[in-house]
Design a protein around this ligand. Structure first.
Ligand SMILES: Nc1nc2c(c(=O)[nH]1)N[C@H]1C(S)=C(S)[C@@H](COP(=O)(O)O)O[C@H]1N2
Ligand SMILES: [Mo]
Length: 324
C-alpha cells in the first residue's frame, strides 16, 4: 500500500507548503547560477547566521527544553568543511571536496516494517509534514571533536506518529544512500554499505531526536547529509545517519554499520559517556571545532553530551558500561 500525502496532512496545508517549497527549490537553482540575489525569509529571521550559499529554509527557534544550546555556534565553514561522510572519503576534507556529485532531487524515503502505514514518501511531502524548527545542538564525534550547529528540521516523532507503529515495533533502522555512481567510496572496504544506524523506538520518539533538512537557515549542504538526515544530540555523531533513503521498524535490534565494522569499539547505544573510554582513547574530554591549535581549549565531555536532564530517564537501570 502506498501512502498518499493527502492521507497525512490536510490538502491545503500540503499544497501551501509544497508551493513554498517549489519556490524555494527554484530560487536554489537560481542562486546556484548566480542569477538571483540571496534574499530569503531565513535571512530575515537569522541575518547573522545565514551563509547565503544554499536555498533558505526558514524555521522558528524551537521552544523544546534542550534545543537551544547556549554555546557559540561553530563557524559554517568548519561545520561544512570538516566532516565524516565515508561514502565520499575518509579525510575530513573529502566530503566537502567530493559530495557535489550527490544527486538530491528527486529523493524519496521508504517506510517499511512494523507500521500500519508503510510506503514511499517524496522529500517534498516530508518537508511539508510539520513546521520547521531551528534547534541549536552540540554534536560530539566519537573521535574527540565537537561542534555546535543550528539545525533545521522537526522531531522524528512527528513522522513516526503518522506511520502508526504496531505494538511489536521496538526498534527503528535508518538506511542511507549507497550509490556507487555518485559516491566514490561506496565499494571501498572501510564499511559494509549501505551505512545503516538504529535506535530503540523510545529513543527515536524522544522529541530531541531531529529529522534535519537544513542548517544555518539553509538546506543542508551535501557533505552534511542532504537532503535529509538524523541528529541525535546525546549520542556520538555516527548515530546521526546522513542522506536517509529508508526507515524500517522492527522487533529485533538492527545491525549498525560501525558495530559491524568494530564491535568492541562501537556499541548499539553509543551514548556520549565520559566514563566509558573508547578501547583506544579516553572519552573524558573533547576539542571544539574552531578552538583548535596550541592554545585551543579542551572541554570536558558531559554525560549524554549535556542532555542528561532530557534523556537520562530513557536509560534508568541500564548498565551503561555493558550497553555502550
Ligand atoms: N551515511 C553516513 N552518515 C554518517 C557518516 C557517514 O560516514 N555516512 N558519518 C557519521 C559520523 S562519524 C559523524 S561524526 C557525523 C558527522 O556529521 P557532520 O559531518 O554533519 O558533522 O555524521 C555521521 N553520519
Ligand atoms: Mo563521528
Amino acid at each position: 500500500m502506498k501512502l498518499q500525502s493527502s492521507d497525512i496532512t490536510p490538502r491545503e496545508l500540503v499544497q501551501g507548503r509544497r508551493g513554498a517549497l517549489r519556490h524555494l527549490l527554484a530560487s536554489s537553482s537560481a542562486l546556484a547560477l548566480g542569477t538571483m540575489p540571496s534574499v530569503g525569509a531565513a535571512q530575515a529571521l537569522a541575518p547573522t547566521q545565514r551563509p547565503g550559499k544554499l536555498a533558505p529554509l526558514p524555521a522558528k527557534p524551537s521552544a523544546l527544553p534542550g534545543a537551544q544550546a547556549m554555546d557559540k555556534p561553530t563557524a559554517y565553514k568548519d561545520a561544512s568543511g570538516y566532516n565524516n561522510f565515508y561514502e565520499f572519503g575518509t579525510d575530513k576534507s573529502d566530503p566537502a571536496a567530493n559530495a557535489h556529485t550527490l544527486k538530491t532531487t528527486p529523493w524519496t524515503v521508504d517506510i517499511e516494517g512494523l507500521v500500519k502505514k508503510p510506503g514511499r514518501w517524496a522529500l517534498e511531502d516530508l518537508l511539508a509534514l510539520s513546521p520547521m524548527e531551528e534547534r541549536i545542538y552540540r554534536l560530539r564525534c566519537v573521535e574527540g571533536w565537537s561542534m555546535v550547529i543550528p539545525w533545521v528540521g522537526y522531531s522524528l516523532a512527528e513522522l513516526i506518529k503518522r506511520l502508526e507503529p504496531m505494538g511489536s515495533a521496538k526498534y527503528v533502522e535508518f538506511v542511507t544512500l549507497a550509490d556507487p555512481k555518485t559516491m566514490p567510496f561506496v565499494g571501498s572496504r572501510t564499511l559494509d554499505w549501505p551505512y545503516t544506524e538504529g535506535l530503540r523506538l523510545d529513543e527515536a520518539m524522544h522529541p530531541l531526536t531531529l529529522l534535519a533538512f537544513g542548517m544555518y537557515g539553509e538546506i543542508l549542504p551535501n557533505q552534511n547529509g542532504a537532503p535529509v538526515r538524523l541528529v541525535v544530540p546525546w549520542k556520538y555523531g555516527f548515530k546521526s545517519a546522513k542522506s536517509i533513503v529508508k526507515i524500517r521498524f522492527s522487533e529485533r535490534q538492527p545491525a549498525t554499520a560501525w558495530n559491524k565494522a568494530a564491535p568492541q569499539e562501537y556499541g548499539f547505544y553509543s551514548n556520549v559517556n565520559p566514563e566509558v573510554d573508547h578501547p583506544r582513547w579516553s572519552q573524558a574530554s573533547e576539542r571544539r571545532l574552531g578552538e583548535d591549535g596550541i592554545f585551543g581549549k579542551k572541554r570536558k565531555t558531559l554525560m549524554f553530551n549535556g542532555y542528561q536532564a532530557q534523556v537520562g530517564q530513557l536509560y534508568a537501570g541500564l548498565d551503561l558500561k555493558k550497553f555502550y
